[in-house]
Write a protein that binds this ligand. Sequence first.
Ligand code: URA
Length: 204
Amino acid sequence: PEAVPAVDTPAGDLDTLRTHARDCRACPLWGPATQTVFGEGPTDARIVVVGEQPGDQEDLSGRPFVGPAGKLLQRALDELGIARDTLYLTNAVKHFRFERRGKHRLHKAPEPGHARACRQWLARELELLQPDTVVCLGATAASSVLGADFKLMQQRGQWERLSSGARAFATVHPAWVLRQPAAQQEAAYRGFVEDLRLLIDRRN
Ligand code: URA
């Protein structure tokens, strides 16, 4: 990955943090992207959901999880009776990374250096929000929150404890579900919903 200059983590509340993040230059992804897509949700949210990075529609609208992956997440939340507006939704990487192909912008997974550079924002979001529960969607989010050694496919759907005292678990990313071959997609979706069921399981 590209060299990542250190930047000071700004102090202050979430709105101040969001404002600072607009001008983040800690990695080169800001250049081609439209804007920083910062986290969104109530400041008293008990649950924080961490995705990978904004996609095409998120980059254009400036809001997380409004494209196809967001719609699948919404379907899963509806099934579980969880209202999206009670959650704080954010991403491990806050700029869209893409490759241009004609008039299309093809999503490109972020590199570990991009996630490392962006981690300061996520860390401050979690510090300010002090959630009870953190849900990681996909390997990039899991690595940023639970550490680089986390093995998503072996450890998904299991409670972990963060040093803040919050509990956390990881599951697959909804975009991964959408990328599965048609014959496997329903099973992949069911697995995703079953992991998210931890959020409403009264035995926890
Ligand atoms: N995928 C993500 O991980 N985050 C978004 O905001 C949208 C798609």
